[in-house]
Design a protein around this ligand. Sequence first.
Ligand code: GTP
Ligand code: MG
Length: 365
Amino acid sequence: MKLGIVGLPNVGKSTLFNSLTKAGADVANYPFCTIDPNVGVVAVPDERIQKLGEMYHSKKITPAVIEFVDIAGLVKGASKGEGLGNQFLGNIRECDAIVHVVRCFENDNITHVDGSIDPMRDIETINMELVFADLEVLERRISKVAKEARMDKDAAKELELLKRVKAALEAGDPASSVAIEDEEEQKIMNGLQLLTGKPVIYACNVSEDDIPDDGANNKGAQAVRAYAAQVGAEAYVLCAEMEAEISELDDDEKQAFLEDLGIKESGLDKLIRASYHELGLMSFLTAGPDETRAWTIRIGTKAPQAAGKVHSDMERGFIRAEVVNWEVLLREGSLSAARDKGLVGVEGKDYVVQDGDVCVFRFNV
Ligand SMILES: Nc1nc2c(ncn2[C@@H]2O[C@H](COP(=O)(O)OP(=O)(O)OP(=O)(O)O)[C@@H](O)[C@H]2O)c(=O)[nH]1
Ligand SMILES: [Mg+2]
């Protein structure tokens, strides 16, 4: 599961990416500093496994992870080959969702490619480039399918959908705004990997001063929030530079730093959790002295398939799952204590696993 980071050059994408992964992508105050796509694996912050891990004195605590991809900034005309962005749009096509970084901080020393700070204009620029890039994909596909459509019913159906999506894009709307009528259409859409068909999270890069009040006094960030709400996207406020500093701290120092600012959670941690959720993912947990671990599943996954994440034998030979909510387990202090009070559910193969379930799978192969 991957998220692609997009935005204009020099808005703080690599700074954000670095604090996400500490992977050491190049950061510099000049546009187009990212030449190679960078992929980083990021742990999803999760207090549940920390607390359960402490309770069990687990030797190992293993979080869920997601991947982020950092690409060069896109500029006006990117879809027509301007700048370096176009060649990297392919990396974004393979992503499951997009993080759109928008510069909302003032700083005369940091060049803005369009000369001034105007988050809504920037969003428009990037979104239009994504629309143009998608239009190209569609036009190519339409000319191929149009020939087949005269003889083939499936191709005719696809052509009808392609034309509908094209009309939306030509009106400046994202592919995600097109109503999908059945599974067949969904499959075609998935195959197209349209950039504007992906869920988007807007990350407003504000200055440090705007962090304590969560950007309430930053007009740009407020405008982005209002826009995101209108199009059904999420928006978060963070300061990439500050996150880069925080990422150098150990856990205790980080806690003290955040408390000083009067905030509970860093913008970055919020963004990671939102990204995970945006991908339609959630975690169930396993806990014990050896390892306490968060396992990634899609929302709606049933017990045997969840068990299969831990081991394929557990899916194949699935008998039942013992399930207890993580907070209940923490409160009761042990699985047997929770069991004695009847707080542990015994679930069969149709059980839909819930976020925060601690599971013990019984299986036989
Ligand atoms: N003041 C301030 N400067 C920042 C912030 N985030 C990034 N910068 C600076 O802006 C410059 C560009 O940051 P990058 O992270 O390299 O930008 P980018 O979006 O990856 O740029 P390209 O890779 O060229 O598209 C660097 O000098 C950063 O230090 C921030 O939150 N505040
Ligand atoms: Mg960069």
